[in-house]
Design a protein around this ligand. Structure first.
Ligand code: CO
Length: 247
């Protein structure tokens, strides 16, 4: 369980800070024509220059430091020299950093010269859903409160929330209990307590919520081919307002 003691909280701020720095530098770098491998190199360079270790590299055999998922790719896209970002793409970038004995994990979705208003609304909605989920993560609330806040936000816009993948506890390991679904019913599920560290990470599809994994055994794509967006923060539950470690 991702329960953080007082002294540990200070230690956990550092991987969170590096995750944010890596995401920001990757976002600044992304433009039409760059490859997803080049995005990986920017992220990896930031992580290593800040004295961190990429959490994802080697995790269950994952072959890269970051995940870059474009359009109908939901999450876990493997960076590749053959994959080029083009105008109109939705590019989701996901970064994990290990330092001071703790992990931080966050993701953003960048719209590259996107003009389609529904696609722009999808991106806006994934951030809003994540932030409403975070706002619901107060001590005494439940995991169902978090999931319901996210699901309601997404479905009110006519989009769908992925069920097959969920958020997670985080701390000395990248993935710890509890699982943090992006759907649910208010009042149900485990009660949140002070010091609980979790990664809240809605994945929102423009069409159907169903997904499958490609034959590379990593890349998760939408079943109906619709576009998808992902946003994630690592937070620590603290009274009525959580601390966002990857802000
Ligand atoms: Co995560």
């Amino acid at each position: 369980m991702g329960i953080v003691r007082d002294g540990d909280l200070e230690l956990m701020k550092e991987p969170g800070r590096i995750v944010r720095k890596a995401l920001n530098e990757m976002k600044d770098f992304i433009e039409p024509g760059v490859t997803t491998e080049e995005i990986e190199m920017v992220g990896k360079r930031v992580i290593e220059s800040e004295g961190g270790v990429p959490s994802f590299l080697g995790y269950n055999g994952y072959p890269a430091a970051v995940c870059v998922s474009i359009n109908d790719e939901v999450v876990h896209g493997i960076p590749s020299t053959g994959k080029v970002v083009k105008r109109g793409d939705l590019v989701s970038i996901d970064v994990g950093v290990f330092k001071n004995g703790f992990h931080g994990d966050a993701a953003d979705t960048v719209a590259v010269g996107v003009t389609d208003p529904r696609a722009m609304l999808l991106v806006k909605t994934v951030y809003e859903a994540r932030d409403r989920g975070i706002a619901a993560a107060r001590a005494g609330a439940t995991l169902g409160d978090v999931g319901a806040a996210i699901q309601d936000t997404v479905e009110a816009m006519g989009f769908s929330v992925v069920r097959a993948l969920v958020g997670h506890g985080i701390g000395r390991r990248l993935h710890e209990p509890p699982q943090v679904p992006n759907f649910g019913r208010a009042g149900k599920g485990m009660k949140l307590t002070d010091g609980l560290a979790i990664a809240i990470e809605p994945m929102v599809n423009q069409g159907d919520y169903r997904v499958y994994t490609l034959s590379d055994n990593w890349t998760v794509v939408t079943a109906d081919g619709s576009i998808s967006a992902h946003a994630e923060h690592t937070i620590v539950v603290q009274g009525s307002e959580p601390l966002i470690l990857t802000a």
